[in-house]
Design a protein around this ligand. Structure first.
Ligand code: SAM
Length: 323
């Protein structure tokens, strides 16, 4: 197993190396001794549990509520956190359902909230999940069973103009119209059901070239739409604002410029209006050494802030274990 910063989580075909771990811990400490952070911390995108484990190791007085929408990810997190007993509570669900999850668990004093968005290496690396444009799989891309539609549903039913808008706005794909036209023409012959068939059609429409595969941005846009990633992030930010106690810390890791912009605007407005104190004005990015070790870290951006005032109304904490 490869190891990086002491934390790696191995899975059958791929492993997930958490990004910016030291920076995440620094942001949660917010300049105070680590013992001072005391209460519950939500890791709303637990994945394989790498960040959750680092938080539990670094902050002796916190309980971590590890949540993920993907049942397979949650099993990995369960393994990673097995040694922490009642200090780690696991729950499956989406960021947009967190309010209810926290209520069920009985979170009383939420002092930290972490989101590490996007897909994990396990999801991207397993062709049967349908995220890969280099290994064939069903055109699925659902991160969890709550998602109503697959990527195939979108590709085979949306209007050409809507597809083009999606690829442009959610993937930053400048050739979005050409790709949307090729998809609509292609699906008249047969619906797109496999990832490679779609990736090939995109490559034929716009040609090869460049450092990244021609289908990269289109696949990203489809994944974001299938999993409603924009709306999920908005809900997570609102929940953090509503639930964190004064002094509580929000740390957001994003991998998409649109998402980073969303977090930036949300926190900037909150800071102007006295609800947040920014931990960093410019987003933190990984050092070159980290990117060498873990290329997925390349586009990571970290923003963090401390809640200045807030209301909280959850019942008393329950014992640890599963929620
Ligand atoms: C980049 S990985 C997180 C990795 C994790 N920090 C670690 O150290 O292993 C992102 C995870 O977030 C989950 N996820 C993405 N969007 C989510 C959402 N809206 N609600 C809950 N989980 C989500 C994915 O299923 C995936 O497992």
């Amino acid at each position: 197993m490869r190891s990086s910063g002491g934390i790696t989580v191995k899975e059958e075909k791929s492993e997930h190396t958490p990004v910016l771990v030291e920076e995440v811990l620094e942001a949660f400490a917010a300049g105070e001794p680590r013992e001072a952070l005391s209460g519950d911390v939500v890791d709303g995108t637990a994945g394989a549990g790498g960040h959750a484990r680092a938080l539990l190791d670094a902050f002796p007085n916190v309980r971590v509520i590890a949540v993920d929408r993907d049942p397979e990810a949650l099993e990995l997190a369960r393994d990673a956190l097995a040694g922490y007993g009642a200090r780690a509570v696991l729950a499956r669900g989406r960021l947009s359902a967190l309010e209810e999850i926290l209520e069920r668990i009985g979170v009383e004093r939420l002092v930290g909230f972490l989101v590490d968005l996007g897909a994990s290496s396990m999801q991207l690396g397993r062709p049967e999940r349908g995220f890969s444009f280099t290994n064939d799989g069903p055109l699925d891309m659902r991160m969890g069973p709550d998602e109503r539609r697959t990527a195939a549903d979108i590709v085979n039913t949306w209007d050409e103009a809507d597809l083009a808008d999606l690829f442009f706005h959610e993937g930053g794909e400048r050739r979005s119209r050409r790709i949307a036209r090729a998809i609509v023409e292609g699906r008249r012959r047969a619906p797109f059901l496999r990832t490679l068939a779609l990736a090939d059609a995109i490559e034929r429409a716009v040609g090869r070239g460049g450092k990244t595969h021609a289908a990269t941005r289109t696949f990203q846009a489809l994944r974001r739409a299938v999993n409603q990633e924009g709306e999920e992030l908005r809900q997570a930010l609102l929940l953090a604002e509503a639930e964190l106690v004064p002094g509580g810390r929000l740390v957001a890791l994003t991998f998409h410029s649109g998402e980073d912009g969303e977090v930036k605007r949300f926190l900037a407005r909150g800071a102007r209006e006295g609800r947040w104190q920014l931990w960093n004005k410019r987003p933190l990015e990984p050092q070159r050494a980290e990117v060498r070790r873990n290329p997925r870290a390349r586009s990571a951006r970290l923003r963090a802030a401390v809640r200045k005032n807030g209301l909280h109304a959850h019942p008393a904490p329950a014992a640890g274990g599963d929620a």
